[in-house]
Design a protein around this ligand. Structure first.
Ligand SMILES: C=C1C[C@]23C[C@@]1(O)CC[C@H]2[C@@]12CCC[C@@](C)(C(=O)O1)[C@H]2[C@@H]3C(=O)O
Ligand SMILES: O=C(O)CCC(=O)C(=O)O
Ligand SMILES: [Fe+2]
Length: 371
């Protein structure tokens, strides 16, 4: 990851909200990341083809494709998802309108620095621990409190405000419904039956959502800057809508390389998060990814985070444990895990290791063999 070379004791992003990067002639030292080209960037081709899952096809095929994509990549492009194109287009249009507002309007809705789960405009929590600044702006909000949140941007209400809220609520309904369908498919891939979904308390409660929008800005020297540095997402599943401009990259190992995710119109990206890795006891992994910037093409991405409710204790699902296998992660709540992440942002330490339980490999193997 590019973190160690760019982290330092004085976080550059701890204060200061608004950045007028759009008109910059070059990348200033404050935004120049030394490790951006540490590994080569490759297009999705050959053995690096990012998997595509079609939810519109018959069930056994979709489940199989999803299980393979989750096992091998932890990320995939989703088509046949049932979210109407017009709904996605309206949401993207509103997000674009939000970002072109004058800087002082956006600053009124600034994110309170230092709070791991804060909402508002500004830099994401990840940015707080790095000495270098990222070439993007973002807005994080909870779907459930969109009207309250955006009163900070449009204090007098009015048509722009109402239109924004209506569209985002419509988008939320579609994404939430898709999240439910997708989770059912994941549970099927894990071998849970319909009856178990309905009765399993944990399975039923994975429905809390956040929406965060990132807007990587045009950059005069994209090879020196980064939109969003390398990280894993913390929640269960992130559903990303992006403009038809590639920018998301996945770190693939051996040899290490950044694979660029294509951006076919209408497809969504599904990215698994750390707590899904906990839930599946390490079977489905959260991939390291980042967002790069471009000289010519504006890109908006709207990640929709499916996270646990704050009071839910997340632990490996009993149904995800293979026979004879023990849980390899300890139980954790979302706020506790965000505290862990905050401690490791800007370092190379994987946050999930902090949840790892000591399980004797040999004993694990023997137990599995005898059951
Ligand atoms: C729901 C959330 C996930 C997130 C933290 C947040 O509370 C809102 C912003 C999200 C985001 C977006 C950019 C990358 C990331 C690591 C970050 O710093 O803020 C993720 C967070 C996450 O998944 O940990
Ligand atoms: O811009 C993107 O496609 C991804 C953004 C992202 O990784 C995030 O918000 O966590
Ligand atoms: Fe991410």
């Amino acid at each position: 990851m590019q973190s160690s070379s760019s982290s330092a004791s004085t976080p550059a992003a701890a204060s200061g909200l608004v950045f007028d990067l759009g008109s910059a002639a070059g990348v200033p030292e404050t935004h120049a990341w030394p490790g951006v080209n540490e590994y080569p960037s490759v297009e999705s081709a050959g053995r690096d083809v990012v998997p595509v899952v079609d939810m519109g096809v018959a069930c056994p095929d979709a489940t199989r494709a999803l299980a393979r994509a989750a096992d091998e990549w932890g990320v995939f492009l989703l088509v046949g998802h049932g979210v109407p194109r017009e709904v996605a287009a309206r949401a993207e249009e509103q997000v674009a309108r939000l970002f072109v507002l004058p800087a002082p309007d956006k600053a009124c809705a600034g994110r309170r620095p230092g709070e791991p789960t804060a909402t508002g405009y500004g830099r994401p929590p990840l940015a707080l621990r790095f000495s270098k600044l990222m070439w993007s702006e973002g807005y994080t909000f909870r779907a459930a409190t969109v009207r309250e949140e955006f009163r900070r941007v449009w204090p007098d209400g009015g048509d722009d405000y109402l239109r924004f809220c209506d569209v985002m609520e419509e988008y939320d309904r579609e994404m939430r419904a898709l999240g439910g369908r997708l989770l059912d498919l994941f549970f099927m891939a894990l071998g849970l039956t319909d009856v178990q979904f309905a009765t399993g308390e944990t399975e039923r409660r994975i429905r809390e959502t956040w929406t965060a929008t990132m807007h990587p800005i045009l950059c005069p020297e994209p090879e020196r800057a980064i939109g969003l540095t390398a990280h894993t997402d913390s929640g269960f599943i992130t559903l990303i809508m992006q403009s038809p401009v590639p920018g998301l990259q996945l770190l693939r190992r051996g040899p290490d390389r950044w694979v660029t995710v294509p951006a076919p119109p209408g497809a969504l990206i599904v990215m698994l998060g750390d707590l899904f890795q906990v839930l599946t006891n390490g079977r489905f992994r959260s991939p390291i990814h980042r967002a790069v910037v471009s000289r010519e093409r504006e890109r908006i991405s709207v990640p929709y985070f499916l996270c646990p409710p704050e009071d839910m204790t997340v632990a490996p699902l009993a149904s995800a444990l293979l026979p004879g296998r023990k849980a390899v992660f300890r139980a954790v709540t979302w706020p506790e895990y965000m505290e862990v992440k905050h401690k490791v942002f800007g370092t190379d330490a994987p946050a999930l290791e902090m949840l790892q339980l000591q399980v004797d490999e040999e004993e694990q193997g023997e137990r599995a063999a005898t059951t």
